[in-house]
Structure formats: structure tokens, C-alpha cells
Design a protein around this ligand. Structure first.
Ligand SMILES: [Zn+2]
Ligand SMILES: [Zn+2]
Length: 637
């Protein structure tokens, strides 16, 4: 596949850090040429968290070479050369390329083959520019930092192979990756974050803390929740249900499959077919043949029913799909009852389970899966109600962020491109303008942190993707909101307005807590498995010092009391020494430990220990339990 060429407009949007990183790629090429003057360079763009430069070189560069290359790079940075821009004609550029002077320190015997190819592909009306730092001249549209000395700190990170222009029929190149920052401290923090992220990896902690498993016989991308994971999920659902109930939502329930006709109506078929599991075809067989022997013979009337063509009359009407989204089912529930303006806004919520056919290469832990339980709801409203509804959804997000201690987030507001109406975007120019303006207004007025991204809306309307950063600064996409003015029409949804005229409602799809899979994956890494008490899979473990029957009876009574309060509590009544018991509980990151010995029993106290905080000292039994209950009730962090 050919990689897309960046337009001058896209390049102008490069952020400050991207400029710095791309400039470091020029310095990398300079250093490589000082060591291997025959090196031929292709493309060297900034990427997420760094940059790369593709190089063709007989010597196979390995991480052992990095020190030598970095030493040359440091010299180039110390020399503080300016990045000098030169505009040239196409002929001048070609002339230099033929002499091997592009992406080089001097003229060379060999032409700069990749750069010549790149020149051929620059549109005729686009200016051609070169950039020079010291002896190094490269064909490049920029932009860069002012001087090599502006590069505060950098590091080469890895080397991989890559085809020229991503095309496997083209030559294979070596791709050298690195990263750069304005300061040494930022660079150090970044690598410290990566180290910490490795320890917090949700796949690693998910296994160690017995939260979820993936099993080959169940299928790739189909996570199963162990009791500890299910406990977290139950708490999240409880939170969502309470929050949504208070906000006037009503809960519904829908099946996991639906007929093909539903998805044709919604427009998901055929456009979305690739992301859905293949359909189940219900064969048109005589029921008597399909049943095992020993069954009652089929009545003649049943047989006639089975032979009768289905209502839709099409041969495909008996194909069923696993649902990939809940919306069509919810739209049907809206349509199931006559609606008046007095019923609006109507907010239908469901933790719906959806199935999507992600490519197996794309599957990743809990982040990319094939089955997912979504914190879904569809809000139906009049256009006048849109602003207040959308605002309330945003408020809900902000409250959740606060509760989970998410300090950094970004809403990406994706809008349509008018030139692609009728192809990429449903052909409703007025509705696009109207809903985009309303959404933009709400975002602006609420002071929410957002960016607008053109040409990335959903087919049915503008979309908002929510990105959140975990406690250590790792980025996650956790949720999507969508404004939808097309589906209600396709489903012929109507309400009777004040003027007694039938009108089509607007719809908002929203899922602030995303899917359980992705959100729990995020939370595992965000908390490093140290969940707050209310979310903790095991809230309290009682550890007895010794195993005298009287002490075990007493501890058992405390366990009963805790469970009576709906606490997730366990007891370790093994004959192990207390230190071993504590160690085991700490390993599983059990939130609170009640350490009880004979003397504690006699004094009616409990030694309370909290994971990560150590021994909090002795409290009366009543006080210890009351503290826990109030922390959970307030969902304290
Ligand atoms: Zn450049
Ligand atoms: Zn939806």
C-alpha cells in the first residue's frame, strides 16, 4: 500500500515537538553519512512519540551501532548549525539528485535514487525546497526548528525493516527509530513512563491479579472475566445505572442477534459488513428432517408455516447477524410505542453486548476485542432539546473523569467534508451544518478541552472521540459519542409535536464509560491494579494469627458481618505464619486486611492494614467496618 504524501497544509500543522523530532531525523541522517557516506535515504517523518528515517545501506545497522551514531549526532547538535531553507526549481533539484547531493554531505558517485523518485511525485504546482544543516542537504518541505542546537535531548530506540513507500514490491529499507525532546528531563521522564507502563500492562496485571483470561478454545479477542474482573464490572455497571437513573435514563434489554433486514434498514449492511461476524443462515428445511428421532411428528399446520416464505419475502431474510451495535434495536424500541413531544427527551440505556469482527492481527488484550459490553444509550430529542441534552452528556463525562482521577483528557470533534457528501457522508448538507454548529457551541460554552478534526465524522453525523491519559501519561481512546440525524429517518422514527405534526427526532449515541473491556483495561493501568476500595475485587481479607477454633469462630462471625454489608470479603484461615498471609494478600493487591489475633479478639479490636499504606493500627470492630462502608458509599479514591 502506498503511504500517503503529506500536503503542505498538513505539514504546516506539525506541532512544535513534531518539528523538533523531524529535525532530529535530519541530524540522524547527517550522522549516518559521516560513518557510511554511501547511505541512501528515503523518508524521515515524525511519528507518535518520535521519528524515523528510512535508509538503504549494505551495512546492517543494529542497536550496537546506536552509540556510535548518537555520538556523531551529538557533534552535529553541538555545532548548532542552522536549518537553512532553499527554494529551487525542479531542474535544479533533479540536477542535485543525479549528482547524489540530496540527503548527502557532498556530491557522490551514485544518484540520490529515492529523492529523485520523490521529486517525480511532487505535484507540478508545489514549490520544491531543500534544507541544509552544516554539510548535509536534504530534499524536504519542512518545517524544522531553527538550529540543530534546539534539539535538547534525543535517543535512538530501535531499528526495523520497511519497504520503500510501504510497497512490498519496492526495495526493503532499514528504518531507524528515535525520539527527541526539548529537555533531558522530558526525555528521562518519557523513558521512566515506558518502564512504569510495562509494569502496569493490563495484560500482565490482568493475569497476575486474576481479572480476565483469553482462551484459544473460546476464541481470540473474546475475553472472559474471572470473579475478580466480574466484581469490577458489577461496580462499574452499578455506577452507570445510578448515574443514568438520576439523569432520567430508562433501561432496556435487547437480544444479541438480529435479522439481516434490521441492518439493511440501518445502513450498516452492506457498508459495515466487514466489521461484523459472518451471518448465520437459517436453512429452509422441513422441521421433521432437522429434528433428531424420537421427537413428536410435526403437525401438518406447522409444516405449512415452515414452508411459507418469510414476511419480507426475500431469500436473504432468514440470515441473522450478531449485533455489532445496539442502535438499531433501540430505534425499534423507540418506534414500538407512539411518541409525542411530551415523551421527549427519551433516553434508552443498556449495557449491550456487541460483537465485531476485528482482524486477528489487530486484536490486543482488552483494548481491541471481538466481544464487548458497551455503556450504551440512545437519547431521542427535539432539535430545541439538543443543546441541553448534549451538555448533560458532557457533564456526565466530566463527573466520571473526576471520580476516576482522570486529569488529562481530550475530546476530538470530527466533522464532515462537504465535498464528500453522498459518498463518505450522508447527503444532508443542512443537517450537517446545523448539528455541527450546535455541537461546536456546546463544546465551546462548556469549556471542555477539545480539538476539531475535519473529514473524520461518522457516516451519519458528527462524532466525538474521547481520549484520556492514565495516571502515568499513557494515552487511551475510551469512548465515542455521536450525533445522528440520519438513522432516525431511515427507521422512520416520529413523534407528534405540539402542532400535531409528525416530526423526526434527533438522536445522540453516547457511551461515557466506553466498553467494559477497554475501560477496565484502562483502569488496570491507570491504578496499576491498586483499585480504590469501592472498585477493589477483594475489599477485605481477614488474616488470623493462629488457627485456634475460638479465633476462627470469631473471625468467621466478622466475615459474615462484612458479607452481610455486601462487602467482597474473604478469610485466610490457613496455618501459615501471619507474614506469609500478609504477603499473599499484598501480592493480590487486596485493599484492606483485618489482622486478628487472640489478644485483638479479647480486646474487641482489629489491626487494620491497607495495601500500599501498611499498618494503620488497631480500631474497634465497629469503627473498622464503618470506615470501610463510608469509603465505599462515597466511592472515595
Ligand atoms: Zn525535513
Ligand atoms: Zn448507537
Amino acid at each position: 500500500m502506498e503511504e500517503e504524501r503529506k500536503t503542505p497544509e498538513m505539514r504546516a500543522q506539525m506541532t512544535e515537538i513534531e518539528r523538533l523530532r523531524h529535525s532530529t531525523a535530519h541530524v540522524l541522517a547527517t550522522a549516518i553519512l559521516k560513518i557510511w557516506p554511501e547511505a541512501q535515504f528515503a523518508a524521515g517523518p515524525p511519528v507518535d512519540n518520535g521519528f524515523y528515517y528510512d535508509v538503504d545501506l549494505p551495512h546492517r545497522i543494529s542497536p550496537e551501532d546506536f552509540e556510535k551514531i548518537e555520538a556523531e549526532m551529538k557533534k552535529e547538535i553541538k555545532a548548532n548549525h542552522s536549518f537553512e531553507r532553499m527554494e529551487v526549481s525542479r531542474d535544479e533539484a533533479l540536477e542535485l539528485g543525479k549528482k547524489g547531493r540530496l540527503a548527502a554531505l557532498t556530491d557522490r558517485g551514485q544518484p540520490s535514487k529515492f529523492k529523485l523518485d520523490i521529486i517525480e511525485n511532487i505535484p507540478a504546482d508545489e514549490k520544491i525546497s531543500l534544507y541544509r544543516n552544516g554539510d548535509f542537504i536534504d530534499l524536504c518541505a519542512g518545517p524544522h526548528v531553527m538550529r540543530t542546537g534546539n534539539i535538547g535531548a534525543f535517543k535512538l530506540t530501535s531499528v526495523a525493516s520497511a519497504y520503500y513507500k510501504g510497497d512490498e514490491k519496492k526495495p526493503q529499507l532499514q528504518r531507524i527509530y528515535g525520539t527527541a525532546f526539548k529537555t533531558k528531563k522530558e526525555l528521562d521522564d518519557y523513558f521512566a513512563m515506558l518502564e512504569e507502563a510495562k509494569k502496569r500492562d493490563h495484560r500482565k496485571l490482568g493475569r497476575e491479579l486474576e481479572i480476565f483470561v483469553l482462551d484459544d478454545d473460546v476464541g481470540p479477542g473474546l475475553p472472559m472475566w474471572l470473579p475478580r474482573g466480574a466484581a469490577i464490572i458489577e461496580e462499574l455497571e452499578k455506577l452507570a445505572k445510578e448515574t443514568e437513573f438520576a439523569a432520567g435514563y430508562q433501561r432496556v434489554r435487547t437480544p444479541h442477534i438480529a435479522r439481516e433486514t434490521l441492518y439493511k434498514k440501518s445502513g450498516h449492511l452492506p457498508y459495515y459488513a466487514e466489521s461484523m461476524f459472518p451471518p448465520m443462515a437459517l436453512e429452509d428445511r422441513l422441521p421433521s428432517l432437522s429434528r433428531p428421532t424420537g421427537f413428536q411428528p410435526v403437525e401438518e399446520s406447522d409444516r405449512q408455516d415452515a414452508d411459507r416464505p418469510s414476511q419480507a419475502g426475500s431469500p436473504t431474510s432468514d440470515r441473522y447477524y450478531l449485533k455489532a451495535m445496539n442502535c438499531p434495536h433501540h430505534h425499534k424500541l423507540f418506534a414500538a410505542v407512539p411518541r409525542s413531544y411530551r415523551d421527549l427527551p427519551l433516553r434508552l440505556a443498556e449495557y449491550g453486548t456487541c460483537y465485531r469482527y476485528e482482524q486477528s492481527g489487530e486484536l490486543f488484550g482488552l483494548m481491541r476485542v471481538r466481544s464487548m459490553q458497551m455503556n450504551d444509550a440512545h437519547l431521542y430529542m427535539t432539535p430545541e432539546q439538543f443543546e441541553a441534552e448534549f451538555n448533560a452528556v458532557n457533564e456526565m463525562y466530566l463527573n466520571y473523569f473526576k471520580l476516576f482521577g482522570i486529569e488529562k483528557y481530550l475530546m476530538r470533534f470530527s466533522t464532515h467534508d462537504p465535498s464528500k457528501l453522498g459518498q463518505k457522508f450522508v447527503d444532508e448538507p443542512e443537517l450537517w451544518k446545523q448539528t455541527e454548529a450546535m455541537t461546536r457551541n456546546v463544546l465551546k460554552n462548556s469549556g471542555i478541552n477539545f480539538v476539531e478534526v475535519p473529514n473524520e465524522a461518522a457516516f451519519y453525523g458528527p462524532k466525538i472521540d474521547v481520549q484520556a491519559w492514565s495516571a502515568i501519561g499513557r494515552e487511551f481512546s475510551i469512548a465515542t459519542n455521536q450525533v445522528d440525524f440520519a438513522q432516525p429517518r431511515r427507521f422512520d422514527l416520529r413523534y407528534k409535536d405540539r402542532d400535531n405534526v409528525d416530526k423526526v427526532p434527533l438522536c445522540i449515541h453516547r457511551a461515557p464509560l466506553g466498553t467494559h473491556e477497554r475501560f477496565v483495561g484502562f483502569l488496570i493501568e491507570h491504578y496499576a491494579g491498586n483499585f480504590p476500595l469501592w472498585l477493589s475485587p477483594e475489599q477485605v481479607r481477614i488474616l488470623t494469627i493462629g488457627d485456634e477454633p475460638q479465633l476462627l469462630d470469631y473471625s468467621g462471625a466478622i466475615l459474615d458481618e462484612l458479607r452481610g454489608h455486601q462487602l467482597r470479603a474473604e478469610i485466610d484461615a490457613s496455618t501459615d505464619k501471619i507474614n506469609g498471609k500478609i504477603q499473599r494478600a499484598e501480592q493480590m493487591k487486596v485493599h484492606t486486611m483485618f489482622v486478628i489475633g487472640k489478644r485483638d479478639m479479647e480486646a474487641g479490636v482489629i489491626s487494620v492494614r491497607v495495601h500500599g499504606r501498611g499498618n494503620l493500627g488497631a480500631k474497634s470492630r465497629g469503627e473498622a467496618i464503618a470506615d470501610i462502608l463510608s469509603s465505599i458509599k462515597e466511592r472515595r479514591s
